[in-house]
Design a protein around this ligand. Structure first.
Ligand SMILES: [Zn+2]
Ligand SMILES: [Zn+2]
Length: 320
């Protein structure tokens, strides 16, 4: 499925099989998770690196040939597709901020396809105990969610704003770590609130309403700028608000007093390979159980629509 121009639906296309270059692997795609970032690319809020573009950056594939992984190995291919290794970020353990980074499904063709090519250094063995479909959401919702969770330090009372693919994984990890989880959902969305409670949230309620008690940290997954002041109001002095999405609508002005008190407001961008290794080792120990809704590859537009409308629980996964 290729994107010709932002704002237009993806279309099925027959492309030549991609050819792995030096240090790359060719995989047969088993499953590809759908991320909100794909929706931002599809809708024109992020600019594709080329066109037509194959989206998708939560790829579970079987290695067919290439270098760095044995044929037949199952690998996961996440958003971070390549880094330069030389810039000030790469050389200081912050390759997620690499100035020349290339991202899967944005700069490099991704996994809304039967085949994909990846740099072998950015393809990861996946834990046993996860089927192909269940493993796909670990690769972005899980990885970047986990990075966001780490940025909250040892916060005990954790608010999750937007309870989609990422939050449904983060809630399980946070409970495993002994944190208390509070889920903030769209007003009136009783189904998502119930889903959050099922995954260990002790409270679930309206994201724009008051929190039931002070929080130590909050992670905002929903791309809605008005949640930033709402989350700042909910966290205690010294608390942290982490914005985990790649795009967000404009943040409304807010009074300094809700940031005062050494509250921290920060974003989380992309992932490092160390994040991937760490989280893929942690996920089976929790153990994380992902909830997936599957769609045929050609039904990607329906999957994106359901994601946009908040109609699905957990994560959407395309199956070629
Ligand atoms: Zn993503
Ligand atoms: Zn770099």
């Amino acid at each position: 499925m290729v994107l010709d121009r932002p704002g237009s639906p993806l279309r099925p296309a027959e492309l030549p099989d991609p050819e792995p270059g030096p240090g790359e692997v060719l995989v047969a795609v088993r499953a590809c998770g759908v991320c909100r970032t794909d929706l931002h690319i599809r809708d024109g809020e992020l600019t594709p690196g080329h066109s037509p573009l194959v989206c998708g950056h939560q790829i579970v594939g079987t290695v067919l040939r290439g270098e760095g992984h044995e044929p037949g190995a199952r690998v996961g291919i996440p958003w971070l597709g390549w880094t330069c290794g030389e810039c000030r970020y790469c050389t200081s353990g912050r390759e997620n901020l690499c100035v020349r980074a290339r991202f899967t499904g944005l700069d490099r063709d991704g996994g809304y396809a039967t085949h994909a090519v990846a740099d072998a250094r950015y393809a990861f063995a996946l834990p046993d105990g996860f089927g192909d479909l269940e493993a796909a959401p670990l690769l972005c919702a899980g990885l970047i969610g986990h990075r966001a969770l780490r940025m909250t330090g040892d916060a005990e009372r954790l608010g999750l704003y937007g309870f989609g693919a990422s939050a449904h994984i983060v809630a399980q990890v946070a409970r495993h770590q002994g944190r208390r989880v509070f889920a903030f959902v769209r007003g009136g969305d009783a189904a998502t609130a119930a889903f959050a409670r099922e995954l260990g949230a002790e409270w679930a309620g309206d994201a724009l309403g008051p929190a039931p008690e002070e929080l130590d940290a909050a992670i905002i997954f929903a791309p809605a700028g008005e949640l930033v002041p709402a989350a700042l109001r909910a966290v205690a002095p010294g608390g942290t608000v982490v914005c985990a999405g790649i795009h967000m609508s404009e943040i409304p002005a807010f009074p300094y007093e809700i940031l005062w008190g050494e509250r921290t407001l920060r974003s989380v961008a992309n992932l490092t390979r160390a994040d991937a290794t760490e989280f893929l080792a942690l996920a089976p120990r929790v153990p994380v159980r992902t909830r997936v809704t599957t769609y045929a590859l050609r039904d990607d537009e329906r999957a994106l629509d359901d994601l946009r409308a908040g109609r699905l629980e957990g994560a959407a996964v395309l199956v070629p």
